[in-house]
Each structure stands twice: as structure tokens, then as C-alpha cells.
Write a protein that binds this ligand. Structure first.
Ligand code: GDP
Length: 449
């Protein structure tokens, strides 16, 4: 991190102002070398200076330059921000001058990566920054803010502390078995301590999974035979003409997607091609995609036509939905009923055409995910797939250590699993990390962040 990096931090386009950010030990000197006005190297930290960016003696733009000296900056390094007039040509020209005078173009997310590597933020907080930028609903914005203020990190740190105490207990017993004033950690005591931590972790995982759904949304696919009204339902939910609705079977050949915000819960809705045996190759690809999507969806809406009897295909699909979150809807309830409704325990009758039953469907979706009251959800838990996966693995290690105790394995073998749990929890906050993973994570950030 010896080099000084620069990037445009605002989105590139026409706007009143653009900000170019520079970070690194030479940042003030480099900006000063293309600046006409007061000597920036003599300015106090956290001050703003008016002047001009120049290319040799030619004025490029009138700017305000913020000087923020190490260590109280975003990256903990010297940071300079140039506020120039918005516009692609000016902004790019200033960036070009910085690069010609000793800066390197920052990689996406490199400023945040430096903040992490310099110990100013942990990984949960870094992900929080990305989540604030990408938040698409009020709830996901709040989730991200919680990540930023450290409360999510503290939860993991407290778990780690529990594990550390457990390890300390074990080690003292291994190293000083003769000390009488130290509590002897019997298998029974270990077991009950581990049980308590397992319970804590399970609760965190459960609540974090809900938060992940709040953040990323629920993947809902609408499946059913051609012409039952899937595209009509998607359009009705999206309130726009996104999918093409016709009464020629097989019109929705590919997959059409859209997002809706249901009481703060984001639904990523996918309308699939009709599921049926067909000789048409284009449609066949669509059919396979539908089957794959059932697998990947958090919720499947299986749609039937009130005006048609069930056929073998329906039974096959209904069978494959048994272990899946699903809602059966019978559409076209405005037409004569020819369907065997008595075969179903639960279904919702709707008529997309007449806007009947749509509210009931929306409420049912909220019910299934128990997220009807997002405002009461605890948003301080985790929400990123990466950290939840690590937490699940940490839990596995702890459960494995418990099994070891039950099988009377030597305590130092049990300790290996507990240490693994400690390491995995450390990876969540970035205390221990793999270089590749860090690079991959920060590359998802936008340029200039
Ligand atoms: P998809 O192939 O399943 O996507 O079906 P579409 O959404 O393209 O709809 C097929 C036809 O059914 C269109 O002509 C729609 O207007 C019609 N349709 C959709 N919903 C209803 C409904 O509730 N009642 C009636 N009578 N027709 C409907």
C-alpha cells in the first residue's frame, strides 16, 4: 500500500459536481503539483481550499480541494478530495493529470479495502458500506446501517469471546491439571457451555437468514402450464407491461423478471415459460429453465386454470413442489370451474383479469416468510451470504466438538474443532482472512469507493 491511488467517486455523467478521491502518502503533494492557489502541503487537516486545477499553466477547472490527513480519514491514509464541476470531460481530465503525476488508478473498492487492511473497519462494516450503496428498500438500508455502526460485528465478537473462554478453560486444564483452584472442565461442564453457545449461534443464524431475505429479496417463480395467466399475474404485480400477454400458448418463451416491494419486502419475481412437453427447441430450453428455477426459488407460485381439468404434468409438478415453499393459485375464477379443487388442501382462487384475490396472494407471501412485520425484525443480525455461510460452518465445528466429547475423544482433539469455530468466526469480521477472498469481495464495490 505504498502507492497513492485515485478514482472518480461520483457516478460518471453530467451533474453539478464530481468528486475525485486520492489516497496515499503522496496524495497531498501530487494534488498540489496540479493545483494553483494556496500551497496545499501547508494546509491544516480537514480543511477546504479554493483554487484551480492546472495542466502546466492552462486552467482545467475551478475546484474546491478537501485535505484530510492521516490517520483520521476513511482509509487512515492522507486523503484528498477534489470537488470539480460535473461532466465527463473535466472529471476525466483531472483524473488523467493525477495519473500522469504519480497516482495509480484505484481498483474497484480499493479505498474501502485500504480502510479494512489498515484496521479502521472490519469486514462486516466493509460489506455494510457496499450494502448501503446497493440498498433497494428502507429495510435493507437500515440493515446496512446496523452493519456500519458496529452492532453486527459486536455480536460476532461476543460469540468469539465465548469460544475463547471455552478454549482458555480447556487449555488451563491441559497445561495445569494439578492446580486445584482452577475449575476442572469435566465433559459435563464443557457440554453445557458448548450447548449454550450452539443455541446462541442457532438464533443468530435463524434471524440472519430472515435479514438476508429482507436484504436480497425473495426469489419467487411463477410456474404453470401455458396460457393459465402467469404473465398476466406478473404484469399485475409489477403494474407494468413487462411480460407479453397473448392467448397463443407458449408466448412467454424465455424468462421475464421484475422486482416488487411488498410492505418493504423485495420480491424478485420470475415468470417462466409454460411447463409442458414440447418438440419446439426454443421452448424446450425455457421448460428446462423452469424446472431449474423451481430448485433455486425461495417460493414457487404454481398457477392453474380454473377452466381446465388437471393433467398429468400438473400432478408431476405438484409432486416436485412437496418440499418447497409454494402457493397453489387457481386463476380465471371468473370462468366456469372444470378443475378438481377438492384435490387440494390449500389454494387461493384469483382472477387476474378482474383483480380478484391478488391482495390475498400478497398477504399469503408475507405470511409464509413470517416477515409481515418487517419493522419489528431485528436488523442488527447478519444479512450477507458470505458471513451466514461462515457462521453455519462455525456451528458445524462446534457441533462436531460436542460429538467428540460424547465419544470421549481426548480433550485436545475436541479443542481442534473449537479452534476451527473460533477461526471461522474470525473470518466473518476479517480477523483472519484469505487474500483471494478479500480481493474478490472488494472487487464487487464500485470504482472510487
Ligand atoms: P401465460 O402463458 O401463463 O403467461 O398466460 P398469459 O398471462 O399470457 O394469459 C393467457 C390468456 O389468459 C390471456 O388472454 C389473458 O388475458 C387471459 N387471462 C389471464 N388471467 C385471466 C383471468 O383471470 N380470467 C380470464 N378469463 N382470462 C385471463
Amino acid at each position: 500500500m505504498e502507492d497513492t491511488i485515485a478514482a472518480i467517486s461520483t457516478s460518471l455523467g453530467v451533474g453539478a459536481i464530481s468528486i475525485i478521491r486520492v489516497s496515499g502518502k503522496d496524495s497531498i503533494e501530487i494534488v498540489n503539483s496540479i493545483f494553483k492557489g494556496a500551497n496545499l502541503c501547508k494546509k491544516e487537516s480537514h480543511t477546504i481550499t479554493y483554487g484551480h486545477i492546472i495542466d502546466n499553466e492552462k486552467i482545467i477547472d475551478e475546484v474546491l480541494v478537501s485535505i484530510m490527513k492521516s490517520p483520521k480519514t476513511f482509509t487512515t491514509e492522507d486523503v484528498v478530495e477534489i470537488n470539480c464541476h460535473g461532466g465527463i470531460a473535466t472529471t476525466n481530465k483531472i483524473l488523467e493529470l493525477l495519473l500522469l503525476n504519480g497516482c495509480r488508478l484505484a481498483d474497484p473498492g480499493e479505498f474501502t479495502k485500504r480502510a479494512f487492511l489498515n484496521g479502521r473497519i472490519d469486514l462486516i462494516e466493509a460489506e455494510g458500506i457496499m450494502n448501503v450503496i446497493n440498498a433497494k428498500s428502507e429495510a435493507s438500508r437500515e440493515l446496512a446501517l446496523n452493519q456500519l455502526n458496529g452492532s453486527t460485528s459486536n455480536m460476532i465478537k461476543s460469540l468469539r469471546q465465548d469460544i475463547l473462554e471455552l478454549l482458555a478453560n480447556i487449555e488451563v486444564n491441559i497445561d495445569y491439571p494439578e492446580y486445584e483452584d482452577i475449575e476442572q472442565v469435566t465433559n459435563e461442564i464443557l457440554n453445557s457451555k458448548i450447548d449454550k453457545i450452539i443455541k446462541k449461534m442457532e438464533t443468530i443464524i435463524y434471524k440472519s437468514e430472515s435479514n438476508k431475505l429482507i436484504k436480497e429479496g425473495i426469489d419467487v417463480s411463477i410456474i404453470g402450464r401455458p396460457n393459465v395467466g402467469k404473465s398476466s399475474l406478473l404484469n399485475c404485480l409489477l403494474e407494468e407491461e413487462k411480460a407479453i400477454v397473448t392467448d397463443i400458448e407458449g408466448t412467454t418463451r424465455d424468462i421475464v423478471e421484475g422486482k416488487i416491494n411488498l410492505n418493504g419486502l423485495i420480491l424478485n419475481i420470475i415468470d417462466t415459460a409454460g411447463i409442458r412437453q414440447t418438440e419446439d427447441t426454443v421452448e424446450k430450453i425455457g421448460v428446462q429453465k423452469s424446472l431449474d428455477l423451481i430448485e433455486k426459488s425461495d417460493l414457487v407460485i404454481y398457477m392453474l386454470n380454473n377452466n381446465e381439468p388437471l393433467i398429468d404434468e400438473d400432478y408431476n409438478i405438484l409432486n416436485s413442489l412437496k418440499n418447497k415453499n409454494h402457493i397453489i393459485i387457481i386463476n380465471k375464477c371468473d370462468l366456469d370451474s372444470k378443475i378438481q379443487k377438492d384435490l387440494f388442501d390449500k389454494y387461493i382462487e384469483i382472477s387476474v383479469k378482474n383483480n380478484i384475490g391478488i391482495e390475498e396472494l400478497k398477504n399469503k407471501i408475507l405470511d409464509i416468510f413470517n416477515l409481515g412485520k418487517i419493522e419489528t425484525a431485528d436488523l442488527s443480525y447478519l444479512s450477507d451470504a458470505r458471513s451466514i455461510a461462515l457462521l453455519k460452518n462455525a456451528l458445524k465445528s462446534l457441533i462436531s466438538s460436542k460429538k467428540g466429547i460424547q465419544n470421549n475423544y481426548p480433550v485436545d482433539m475436541v479443542e481442534i474443532d473449537i479452534k476451527e469455530c473460533w477461526n471461522l468466526l474470525g473470518e466473518i469480521i476479517g480477523e483472519t482472512y484469505h487474500e483471494e477472498l478479500i480481493n474478490q469481495l472488494f472487487s464487487q464495490f464500485c470504482l472510487g469507493k
